[in-house]
Design a binder for this molecule. Sequence first.
Ligand SMILES: Nc1ncnc2c1ncn2[C@@H]1O[C@H](COP(=O)(O)OP(=O)(O)OP(=O)(O)O)[C@@H](O)[C@H]1O
Ligand SMILES: [Mg+2]
Length: 372
Amino acid sequence: MSAIPGNKGGAAAPHVELRRVTKRYGVVTAINDLTLTVEKGSFTALLGPSGCGKSTLLRMIAGLERISAGQCFLDGVDVTDVAPAKRRIAMVFQSYALYPHMTTRQNIAFSLSLAGASRKEQDERTHEVARILQLEDYLDRRPAELSGGQRQRVAIGRALVRHPEVFLFDEPLSNLDAKLRVQMRLELAKLHATLHATMIYVTHDQTEAMTLADKIVVLDRGRVAQVGSPLELYNRPANKFVAAFIGSPSMNFLPVGLTAVEGGIATVALPGGRTARVRVGGAPAKAVATAELGVRPEHLSLVVADDANAALRGEVAIVEHLGNLTLLYVDTPAGQVIVEGPGNVSVRSGDTVGLSLREANARLFGADGASL
Ligand SMILES: Nc1ncnc2c1ncn2[C@@H]1O[C@H](COP(=O)(O)OP(=O)(O)OP(=O)(O)O)[C@@H](O)[C@H]1O
Ligand SMILES: [Mg+2]
């Protein structure tokens, strides 16, 4: 191991850094020239669809997967060729296999006993972990006698007991039912607040990423699509991929013609004849004639069909009452759009409605998917 030239003392170095990392499996490029920094004590989520390379990335940080090209640094030290056991990193896997014949106590202490820790040290550390994870009452039970959430906490306890500096979580909650997932999400947030440890958390669930992370890294086919805080990604997606991935139900995309761009405002022609004015960044090429207008369901609202402010008109195809809100699928000249209305709307399928558009929240995307 050697310090990076020019990095004095490493005090300001990120806790985890990947530099131009590529991972190939034969002809498959799972990670493609990816650079990423993770600050000490931060909670970073790696978010992306199945197969985009999330687990591969995590396993490379843990040292479980060889890097084909590029480097991995911990605290400014190149660990690209350092064995996993020497990295002070603990990983919680998606399919956490607890030893079925061992009690909670034995499962948690197992890695310590392997490492040759004394009985006393094993006991002390196991109790410390059990206290943090509120498992004290379950220390003598076997996994079959625990609930899903308790088992999940034992799996986290096995990582915690090693006093790692970096926690890697690979979709740790995906086996749990929806209610337990929400509960465990809160517990993980508390754990992070208590330990101040660096956590990198893989998920394809954008709600988990949005609620837990201070920084989200969205991956698209082995590359970084965007890095930012949850609200940055939500409000200012850099491209259509991120815009579509963050937010539920997903953003609507409407084909539009660009008629003018002036003073940072683009005027677009909507299918059906109306126009809208949308803010654009930088200086979008005037040559861009067509674009897609991205509008989130909550930025469309129902108005009467002949309302002068209606940007679109359409026929309601499906109404979904969720109690606190209503989702309406409306067939318009721009295709079917999803509209989020209040819980008590009285609209029915087959009704003709107008939709007004909150222009300040709409985004424009060019043909290559980049935000204009
Ligand atoms: N050992 C392997 N050999 C060949 N290809 C692999 C191997 N491991 C992963 N891949 C491929 O690399 C790509 C990334 O896989 P990875 O497991 O990192 O995806 P992921 O984002 O974790 O997906 P998921 O959300 O489904 O877990 C996929 O196309 C996968 O098929
Ligand atoms: Mg995976």
